[in-house]
Every structure is written in structure tokens, then in C-alpha cells.
Design a protein around this ligand. Structure first.
Ligand SMILES: Cc1cc2nc3c(=O)[nH]c(=O)nc-3n(C[C@H](O)[C@H](O)[C@H](O)COP(=O)(O)OP(=O)(O)OC[C@H]3O[C@@H](n4cnc5c(N)ncnc54)[C@H](O)[C@@H]3O)c2cc1C
Length: 455
């Protein structure tokens, strides 16, 4: 519990209006987008600089107050929920783009920058930051969760696009890690330690991000199949034939039916693949299109809607981008449990078939970033009905355990947060102990985002 004196001290660091214990502020920072129980922090602060974050961390360390970083609160596993109360450090006031270096394909940003805004700005220079989690996430939150999305199949996840970080450690020390070279063999890879640490090791205040050139030519296809296995086998064959899709998404017939209802459109309600390719010329993409169509037909596709160019890509993909919102809108009063697993590509079809069997009696929507083996299931139900919710959680558990049996992971992109802590022992075995020792070394008092990742 923080005292009045603590609040005065925090206000002295960040400024009178940038520290609050107001009820609505605490409420806003008590939950993310998941079903996990809300917990109020004791105070929220909005620092403006690395120095202020460092002084907050120092003060909290002296007073043994928990500190949790906050980006936009769009996590799906309870990652930023301050389960031990304390101070939430919201990065909203740190939204500066510090430098753009097109010649190096790099940008320096503060942690609170929203990646969609960043990409809007970068597009004027023909560049973009590829990880695309869909929601209006911040760079700090994306680094925290090592977020990825529909472009990961081609470009990788957030951690693959970080060159340098400025991190405030528990106690307030500031470290700068990484360099601006395109490659390096220099020492331990601390960037990959902090990326995906969910703010449990340090607070990221600045980052140098790696960018790529914006593609100019697009090919998109929307393909339907009689059975899920036809669609998921196609994913494997497209990848193993040497193609490099910019995005490849799977949606089951339930998702398509729901999108039809929500958008008043009429897509065939069958297992569907959405594919996007980018290239140097429309001619090259046309040749690619013929080969992709052949693979789809070999897998018994029932319809292929396709097009070349940005407008066609937008037409064919538009309905994918707001899937989560459509599912919530069409199921008022229910809350989502979002399953997020990833498996080796060779097991994608088996995994999808297993999931469909498990969720057959539930209100469930199966889709995913198929090109990188990631599957989501959104199960809509009522957490307040403990009997029903126990069934939902049990099915989530069985699906995750099957993914681990297939040598996959309990979380492809949403992070461990609260919801996946129980699976880490099985997934990591002895190396979980090493992770705990690293946490203890960097944060001996357990003050940074406590209650996450580890049980
Ligand atoms: C509709 C919808 C679709 C989504 N789709 C995807 C998807 O396709 N792929 C995907 O990966 N995710 C997806 N997500 C989840 C979410 O958007 C991402 O995990 C995102 O990276 C969270 O960013 P945020 O800014 O909201 O961070 P928050 O939720 O605020 O925080 C995320 C974690 O990072 C920590 N943190 C925040 N800022 C910092 C910082 N500066 N330093 C250190 N730690 C920090 C927090 O403590 C927390 O542990 C989706 C969410 C929604 C609502």
C-alpha cells in the first residue's frame, strides 16, 4: 500500500498531474483485454523520460513497492495487471520518435509510441516496422510480450526487429544494450532476454528498431476448402514449396459465418485460407499466383477469389482485421478465453483437427497465423458461471498440453502473463530453474511485475 508521502514523492518526480490515485484511473489500469480478474494498483504514474522512470524505480526499490509497466493494456493473458498492487508506470507520455535513419533502416523511439502511428509516419519514407499485433499496442508493450502477428511468417516477431534498448533496472540503474550494426557476435544476447520478459526484468524506455522497405506490389488470395485438413495441408505445402508469403491466415467456418453476420457479407462458410504475397512486379506475382492456385486445387479447394494490387489485397483481407471485435460484438454478455499456441508446421493439421474435436460443444472460433504454426481459439463463455468456466479452462489446458506434446509452445505471441504460468515447467523443464535464477539476479526483491511468468 502506498502512503500519502509516497504519492507526494512520486508527484515530485513526474509532476503534479502525472501521478494519480483517482478511482477511474486505477480502474483503467486494473485489467487488460483478457478475462483475468481485475486488480487495482495503488497509484499510476506517467513519466516523461528515462531519468524519471529511473527515479521512480529507485524510490519503489527503497520502499519495496511493486512496479508494473503499462503500454496500452491490450494484452490477452493478464500480462500488465498489477496483481500485487503498487505503482503502474504508464508510458503514454513517452511517445516521441527520436530519430529516423532511413539509410540504416532504423528508427529510435520512446517506449510509449503506438506502432500503428509509427508506421503511418514511416510510410512517407517507404519504410515500416513489420510486427503487427492488430491492436493499438505500444512499442514497449510489444517488446514486453514479444508480440507478433500476420506478417511474422515473412518478417519475424518484435524481438527480431530490435537493435538497441534503453532499460531501467529495479533500483533505478539505466543500461543501454545492443548496437546499431546489422549483425553482432558480441557477448550474451541481452536484447532477447528483455524482449518477451513482460516487464519482469526491467522497464524499457527507448528502443532502436529495425525497419524494412514497404512493398509496392501485392497478390492476395482467399481460398475455401471442404475440410480443415485441406486448408492446413495447403499451408504446409505452400511453405515447403519455397514460397515466402507475407501473410497466411487460417479461419474456420464458424469465423466466416460470424463475419458474414457481423458485416452483412456473403463469403462461403467453409474453412478458409487468406494469403498475401509481395514482390517486385505484378508479372512476377502473376507467375507465383498460378503455382499457388495449383497447390490449392491439389488440396481440393472449392473456390479461389484472387487479385493483384493494393486494392485487391484490401478487398480480400479487410474482414480479417477486425475478427476479435466482430466476435465480441456478436456475443454480447460473454467473455473470451483466447487460446494461443504454436506448433511445428508439420503438426499444424493435426493440431487444428485436435482443437476442432475438443471445442465441438462450445461457442468457439478457430483461426490463426497459419504460416508460422500459430493457432488461436476464442472461446466465448461466462467466467462467473464457475462450472461452465471450469470446462472452458480444462479444454484450454488440454489444447495447450497437446501443443507441448507436439513440441510446440504454450504461447505463440500473447506471452505467459497469468494464464500460462502453469505450463512453463512442462515446456521448459530444467531451464525454467535458470529463468528463475536470472529473475532473482536482476530483481532480487521481486518488485517488477510480480506474479507473472512464474507460479
Ligand atoms: C484485438 C486484439 C488483437 C490482438 N492481436 C494480437 C496479435 O495478433 N499478436 C500479438 O502478439 N498480440 C496480439 N494482441 C495482444 C496485444 O495487443 C499485444 O500483446 C501487445 O504487444 C500489447 O501491447 P500493449 O502496449 O497493450 O502492452 P500492455 O498490455 O500494456 O503490456 C504488455 C506487457 O508488457 C509490459 N510492458 C509494457 N510497457 C513496458 C515497457 N515500457 N517496458 C517493459 N515492459 C513493459 C507490461 O507490464 C505487460 O507485461 C491482440 C490484442 C487485441 C486486443
Amino acid at each position: 500500500m502506498i502512503t500519502h508521502a509516497d504519492l507526494i514523492k512520486l508527484k515530485a518526480i513526474v509532476g503534479e498531474q502525472f501521478a494519480s490515485t483517482g478511482e477511474s484511473v486505477l480502474n483503467l489500469h486494473s485489467h487488460d483485454e483478457s478475462y483475468h480478474a481485475h486488480t487495482l494498483p495503488d497509484a499510476v504514474v506517467w513519466p516523461h523520460s528515462t531519468d524519471e522512470v529511473s527515479r521512480i524505480a529507485h524510490y519503489a526499490f527503497e520502499r519495496k513497492i511493486p512496479v508494473t509497466g503499462w503500454g496500452a493494456g491490450t494484452s490477452l493473458e493478464g500480462n500488465p495487471i498489477p496483481v500485487n498492487h503498487g505503482i503502474v508506470v504508464d508510458f503514454q507520455e513517452m511517445q516521441k520518435v527520436l530519430a529516423v535513419r532511413p539509410e540504416d533502416f532504423q528508427v529510435d523511439v520512446e517506449a510509449g509510441v503506438i506502432y500503428k502511428e509509427l508506421n503511418k509516419m514511416l510510410s512517407r519514407q517507404g519504410l515500416f516496422f513489420p510486427p503487427d499485433p492488430g491492436a493499438a499496442a505500444t512499442i514497449g508493450g510489444m517488446i514486453g510480450n514479444n508480440a507478433s502477428g500476420i506478417r511474422t511468417v515473412k518478417y519475424g516477431a518484435t524481438k527480431d526487429h530490435i537493435a538497441r534498448l534503453v532499460v531501467v533496472l529495479p533500483g533505478g540503474d539505466v543500461i543501454r544494450i545492443g548496437n546499431r550494426a546489422r549483425k553482432s557476435s558480441s557477448g550474451y544476447d541481452l536484447i532477447h532476454l528483455f524482449a518477451g520478459a513482460e516487464g519482469t526484468l526491467g522497464l524499457v524506455t527507448e528502443a532502436t528498431l529495425r525497419l524494412v522497405g514497404l512493398p509496392a506490389h501485392f497478390l492476395a488470395l482467399r481460398v475455401t476448402f471442404p475440410e480443415i485438413r485441406n486448408a492446413t495441408d495447403t499451408v504446409f505445402q505452400v511453405m515447403s514449396s519455397g514460397f515466402s508469403p507475407a501473410a497466411m491466415e487460417f479461419l474456420d467456418a464458424n469465423v466466416i459465418a460470424l463475419l458474414n453476420r457481423d458485416r452483412n457479407i456473403t463469403m462461403e462458410e467453409m474453412p478458409t485460407l487468406l494469403l498475401e504475397f509481395t514482390g517486385f512486379s505484378d508479372e512476377g506475382l502473376r507467375a507465383e499466383m498460378a503455382s499457388i492456385e495449383e497447390i490449392c486445387r491439389d488440396n481440393c479447394s472449392t473456390s479461389i477469389d484472387k487479385g493483384i494490387g493494393r486494392t485487391e489485397r484490401d478487398r480480400l483481407w479487410e474482414m480479417r482485421h477486425l475478427t476479435f471485435e466482430s466476435i465480441k460484438r456478436q456475443n454480447p454478455g460473454l467473455l473470451p478465453l483466447i487460446v494461443d499456441i504454436a506448433v511445428p508446421l508439420s503438426r499444424y493439421s493435426d493440431m487444428a483437427a485436435y482443437i476442432k474435436r475438443e471445442v465441438r460443444d462450445l461457442l468457439a472460433y478457430v483461426f490463426g497465423h497459419a504460416g508460422d504454426g500459430n493457432i488461436h481459439v476464442i472461446i466465448m463463455d461466462t467466467p462467473s458461471n464457475s462450472v461452465r468456466w471450469a470446462t472452458v479452462e480444462e479444454i484450454n489446458r488440454r489444447i495447450v498440453e497437446k501443443a507441448l506434446e507436439f513440441e510446440g509452445t504454450c504461447t505463440g505471441e500473447h506471452g505467459v502473463g497469468i494464464g500460462k504460468r502453469g505450463f512453463l515447467q512442462v515446456e521448459h523443464g530444467d531451464s525454467l530453474e535458470l529463468m528463475k535464477r536470472i529473475k532473482k539476479l536482476i530483481d532480487p526483491e521481486g518488485l517488477l511485475n510480480p506474479g507473472k511468468i512464474f507460479l
